[in-house]
Write a new protein. Structure first.
Lengths: 220, 336
């Protein structure tokens, strides 16, 4: 049963990854990446690493990719033409990809064996992972968390700079705050609200005139 | 256990769970209408069957018979995918929830649970965290202002309160020393975790209301402002699927609250052997029913939050409080 599951979800992961590259609408690329994450989680499960599998779903698919989808929906909304196939990518990218694949294939050929892989009782339980993180790798763990903290503070600084000065208490009602964690709607958001799906090329992307009849979505 | 028997038992469990769950959702909704009506000094639905008992059947037929509309400007694929994501994830999360102990049938041990995995709590959190895609995609693909605003609110609200929800559960996990839902229940033999972890219980309950988009945190579908929020453009069975997902999610968070804080299926045991098999399930059901009643009671009582209040409350109050609770729990545990 396991080999069949491996091939099914391996195929899903590869298909999602290819679709991620081929899709021209960013939203579908993001959703394919979610599918890849989900398939990867199942592959982890098949290896017996339950903790890693569900943390993968929780963190990557459930949190990080949601932010990706949000950003795509809000920021890209003004560009109906989503992505152009760049010539540089074609001329440089394809040879590099072929080279990389050859290298990976070489490594696989050198280390090929028919013994099934697995975590085989090493780090599979939550206890073992916690033990490794907080005894053996305590310093790297703490350094990583400081790095994350710096990143968070930097992000807050960048976000706060663009806002008009708020009263220090921050208690005044901000009536226009909508879906943005407190700041007012940006022009991009307003554009996204006018034409969410259409603007991303989801429906009628060929419709070049933004003010053509019927483009404006009317509340029903 | 032979593979065939394993599949047979699993199939029976899945079918039973789905049947019980769908019936439960129908009657929770009837109970909600009756209780809210009583709170507001109305009568509620009483016409279909004895005291409205067949109302859910009538509602279901109405859903099926309604015209299934897809707005012309909607994205055809994502518009259909969104309710499917919501329902599938909501039902999947419940598959690891244990509702009773183990009993033996024809020599095979059978658990009151579809499947038992040793990181069950993480599974539930992971699957429910994906539920946000259903809401976000529904709002975006409908191509309507109200839907889009509702889905934005829903998405950011769920991502924010997931944090407080997860952090609140860490205290009990530290006490039990396991992510396995069965072990968490068994660790509460002496004392229910609601007593040592009362703060975490309050945080969990608040965050759970926000996670399931219920009053007082039902900003994503605030009728007065947004029509009906992210499912404004949905009709017929597609709307029913969102509806189903919301109520199944309510049941899921109630089950988790029961397991983690109220000792799961623990309760007084008495009577003959057959009763002893099903008594734990009854205790479990009563505790879950308490939480569901709480949901309805709160809906009939409290007004809605304002959006910035909601975000501020989550990030500036609940999350720091949950972190402090973890520190205190850890300190007490290490000094014991």
């Amino acid at each position: 049963m396991h080999p069949a599951l491996f091939f099914i979800f391996g195929a899903i992961a590869v298909a999602g990854a290819v679709n991620l590259l081929v899709q021209r609408t960013p939203i579908f690329s993001a959703l394919s990446l979610v599918a890849v994450m989900g398939a990867l989680a199942v592959l982890y499960l098949l290896l017996g690493a339950e903790f890693i599998a569900f943390v993968q779903v929780l963190v990557y698919a459930g949190a990080i990719m949601v932010l990706f989808v949000f950003v795509i929906m809000l920021l890209n909304a003004q560009q109906p033409e989503s992505s152009h196939r760049s010539r540089v990518a074609r001329l440089v990218g394809i040879p590099v990809v072929v080279l990389l694949f050859m290298e990976v294939a070489g490594v696989f050929a050198a280390t090929y064996s028919t013994t099934p892989v697995g975590f085989s009782g090493r780090i599979i339980t939550v206890q073992a992972i916690g033990d490794a993180l907080f005894h053996q790798y305590l310093l790297p763990f703490e350094v990583t968390s400081v790095l994350f903290l710096v990143g968070i503070i930097g992000a807050v600084m960048l976000a706060a700079r663009q806002e008009p000065p708020q009263p220090p208490e921050g208690r005044l009602p901000r009536a226009q705050a909508a879906g943005h964690g407190g700041s007012g709607p940006t022009p991009e958001m307003a554009a996204a609200l006018r034409q969410p799906a259409r603007a991303l090329g989801g429906v009628g992307a060929s419709d070049a005139e933004p003010h053509a009849a019927g483009t404006e979505v009317k509340p029903r | 256990m032979p593979l065939g028997i394993f599949f047979l038992i699993s199939l029976v469990k899945v079918v039973l769970t789905l049947a019980v769950l769908l019936t439960l959702v129908a009657y929770v909704q009837l109970a909600e209408r009756r209780i809210v009506a009583r709170i507001q000094r109305r009568v509620g639905p009483t016409r279909v069957g004895p005291s409205g008992f067949l109302q859910p059947a009538a509602d279901t037929f109405k859903f099926i018979l309604k015209e299934d509309i897809t707005p012309t400007e909607a994205h055809p694929f994502l518009y259909v995918l969104a309710p499917v994501i919501s329902v599938v994830l909501a039902l999947t999360a419940l598959s690891v929830v244990p509702i009773g102990g183990t009993f033996h049938l024809f020599g095979y041990p059978i658990q009151f649970q579809v499947t038992d995995i040793n990181v069950g709590l993480l599974f539930v959190l992971g699957v429910t965290s994906l539920g946000v895609y259903g809401i976000v995609l529904a709002g975006w693909s409908s191509n309507s202002k109200y839907s889009f605003l509702g889905s934005l609110r829903g998405g950011s609200q769920m991502v924010s309160y997931e944090l407080a929800l997860g952090l609140a559960l860490i205290g009990p996990i530290m006490l039990a020393g396991s992510l396995d839902l069965r072990q968490i229940v068994n660790a509460q033999n002496h004392i229910w975790y609601i007593v040592p972890e009362f703060v975490a219980f309050c945080i969990y309950l608040t965050a759970a209301f926000a996670e399931t988009n219920r009053i007082p945190f039902d900003l994503p579908e605030a009728e007065g402002e947004l029509g009906a929020g992210y499912h404004t453009e949905y009709s017929s069975m597609k709307f029913a699927m969102f509806f189903l997902a919301e109520y199944v999610n309510m049941i899921t968070v109630s089950c988790i609250a029961t397991i983690v804080f109220l000792g799961g299926w623990h309760g007084p045991m008495f009577g003959p052997a057959l009763l002893r098999v099903f008594l734990p399930v009854i205790w479990f059901a009563l505790k879950v029913a308490f939480f569901l009643f709480l949901y309805i009671w709160v809906r009939g009582t409290l007004p809605r939050f304002r959006y910035d209040q909601l975000m501020g409350f989550g990030w500036k109050f609940l999350v720091p409080l949950a972190l402090a609770n973890i520190v205190v729990t850890g300190a007490v545990l290490s000094f014991h």
